[in-house]
Design a protein around this ligand. Structure first.
Ligand SMILES: [Cu+2]
Length: 631
């Protein structure tokens, strides 16, 4: 039996104090060290059980399981305990995502290794102290509704993939793309795997994908790939960007080159699908911030960059593009970061803003035994300060640090972050080393500390909406949520400022969260009294390519303060064509008539429509005049 380790117990009195105030942050806007990840958090995701599931590469972590060092763990954010989990194959720089049936997929990796990351196969007697198997073709699955144990070493991909990208598709299956065979700092022709395949597998796997050939060498590992509403994929690597038709297997659109810098691994810009909202008609834009600007032929080879990259400032530009909805999409400059950043990680907050954290101001992802490396790190100058990016703010005012505090823990290569149910962000990892190193005062060690970063509003009283559903369909009947007088602070006019958002926190690794999306549902409302009311909420838009099926969290935000997240299953809960229905029709919004207790009277002069928010509603007669009440 694995032994649970309770970090708080080790911290004595200080721990006792922080457990009493478990629901309150000591430092809203800042970080708190809360626990121990047991294995280095190279990959992590929030499961539907509320736990953070961690996967590392095979290495000499002190935590043991089944007679060998562990390289997976599960962390409970409610009591800050963790226990090791068993993964059989070497999951080094794997990819991952959640499938439409709720299972977590983790694919690819490296051959079996021994001390110091050396390949077991390089030794005649094949010592295997870590008891790991080759993970190059591995398909690992975790079923949180089943065994809650990784199944591994029993299903395999068509070929070796180290640094593969995984994106869930509209049918809840996943595309697995790219990677190389034997790893290293960057890709190379001799070991490239410029193909994609699917899980569950499809006839015809693997499919050739020339985009990942010479055109995007060498910065095309972990290609940045996102599903579009059409079912096509937006793919970005090196400087190139395209729209790829998966079914017809052709380049449907050649987009302009991304300006300023390379963004894919190991340049590792921060990336995000911007919020999908009624205002943008759920047409996604993709944002890239930071990265590293080195010419295509200047990146060295699989052994490293060949120069001291730890002295080279990262990029600080933010650019975005909306690939569909126009004939000739262009890159658009967004607000510049306050400092250069590589390996920054964007995490959605429930109120539609993003926090950017982790990373460094110089260098890139990767590590090696180069004389110039900082320890073994190819990055330096950790960026300790988070920032908030508000996509809905006017240009020039989108980035803010009001009320924020930094961490004092470096989160460089192999660090992660994920949203938690309470709206805080779980941060861990950083291990720019070939194997575990924890030498005092050395830069930069393997770091097992878990932090939580708390949004500035973390300690505010939270709305407690009643009637949240457990499933969301693609189209179909709207549903009602009750908001009490305390949720609305005694003023039902606050219903005008309520948002319902669905967030998939995604699979975090290498400064990306595969599958992370934010979708704001259409809403209208009925004030049932001066103090309380009902929020009418539509189902998901009736296109599963906009927000893929599978588990997600729904949050209700009142005046910028979100509820705790409630788990929903988006879609059927199964892999396959998702049932769709007509988009939800919402009742007209109605405010409470203050001089007349009959709030249901929609013909009242106070009644209005939320068509500006709701989009679907055709304004009824009389609504035009009453909109004046709103704005
Ligand atoms: Cu890696």
């Amino acid at each position: 039996m694995p032994v649970k380790r309770n970090y708080m117990k080790k911290r004595g009195l200080l721990a006792a104090a922080s457990m009493i105030s478990a629901a309150q942050a000591a430092n809203p806007g800042g970080y708190e060290v809360v626990g121990d990840s047991l294995v280095s958090a190279q990959m992590a995701f929030l499961g539907r059980d509320g736990n953070v599931w961690i996967v590392d590469k095979t290495e000499n972590n002190p935590a043991q399981i089944n007679g060998h060092p562990a390289w997976a763990a599960v962390y409970n954010p409610k009591d800050n305990t963790a226990e090791p989990k068993d993964v059989v194959t070497n999951s080094f720089c794997a990819g991952g995502a959640v499938l439409g049936d709720g299972r977590w997929l983790n694919v690819g990796g490296n051959q079996a290794v021994t001390h110091g990351g050396a390949a077991v196969n390089d030794y005649p007697d094949k010592p295997n102290p870590y008891q790991n198997e080759d993970g190059g073709e591995a398909i690992r699955l975790l079923d949180l509704a089943g065994s809650k144990e990784w199944s591994d070493n029993d299903q395999f991909m068509t070929g070796r993939r180290w640094y593969p990208t995984v994106e869930t598709l509209g049918g809840g299956d996943a595309i697995i793309m790219g990677g190389d065979q034997w790893g290293g700092y960057i890709n190379g022709e001799s070991q490239n795997n410029p193909t994609y395949e699917f899980y569950p597998p499809r006839d015809g796997d693997p499919v050739d994908f020339d985009f990942l050939g010479e055109r995007t060498m060498p910065i095309n590992l972990y290609p940045l790939a996102y599903l579009l509403p059409s079912g096509r994929l937006f793919v970005q690597a090196m400087y190139a960007a395209i729209v790829w038709d998966i079914d017809q297997k052709y380049e449907a659109k050649t987009l302009p080159d991304i300006p300023h810098a390379a963004r894919a691994y190991p340049a590792s810009g921060a990336t995000a699908v911007l919020p999908l909202t009624p205002e943008n008609d759920y047409n996604p834009s993709f944002m890239f911030c930071g990265g590293q600007d080195i010419p295509q032929n200047g990146w060295g080879d699989a052994g490293g960059p060949g120069f001291d990259i730890t002295k080279k400032w990262a990029d600080k530009s933010c650019v975005k593009i909306q690939p569909e909805g126009s004939d000739n999409p262009e890159w658009e400059e967004d607000d510049e970061l306050p400092e250069p950043r590589t390996m920054g990680n964007f995490i959605y907050l429930p109120n539609g803003k993003l926090v950017l954290l982790n990373g460094g101001a110089k260098g890139s992802a990767g590590y090696g035994n180069d004389t110039w490396a900082v320890g073994q790190s190819y990055a330096d100058d950790p960026t300790y300060m988070p920032l908030i990016f508000d996509p809905s703010a006017p240009k020039g005012e989108r980035i803010s640090r009001d009320g924020l505090d930094g961490s004092d823990i470096a989160r460089l290569y192999h660090s992660v972050a994920t949203l938690l149910e309470d709206g805080s962000v779980w941060v861990s990892g950083s291990n720019p080393n070939v194997d575990v190193i924890q030498t005092p005062d050395r830069q930069w060690n393997t770091d097992y500390r878990v932090e939580r970063w708390y949004p500035t509003w973390y300690n505010e009283p939270r709305p407690q909406p009643q009637g949240l559903p457990d499933t969301l369909s693609y189209g179909g009947d709207s549903f009602d949520i009750h908001l009490s007088a305390s949720d609305l602070k005694g003023d039902s006019d606050k219903l005008k400022n309520v948002k319902a958002a669905v967030i998939r926190p995604g699979f975090s690794t290498h400064a990306m969260n595969f599958g992370q999306r934010y979708l704001e549902l259409r809403t209208s409302f009925t004030a049932t009294s001066a103090e309380e009311g009902v929020l009418h909420v539509s189902q998901m838009p009736n296109n599963a390519n906009i927000f893929q099926p599978g588990p997600a969290l729904i949050f209700i935000t009142v005046d910028g303060i979100p509820s705790y997240g409630h788990w929903v299953t988006v879609g059927s809960g199964e892999i396959g064509v998702q049932p769709t229905h007509d988009n939800s029709q919402l009742p007209e919004s109605s405010v409470f008539e203050k001089s007349n207790s009959n709030a249901q009277d929609s013909s009242s002069a106070w009644s209005s429509t939320k068509s500006v928010y709701g989009g679907l509603l055709i304004g009824a007669l009389g609504c035009v005049a009453s909109l004046v009440d709103f704005f």
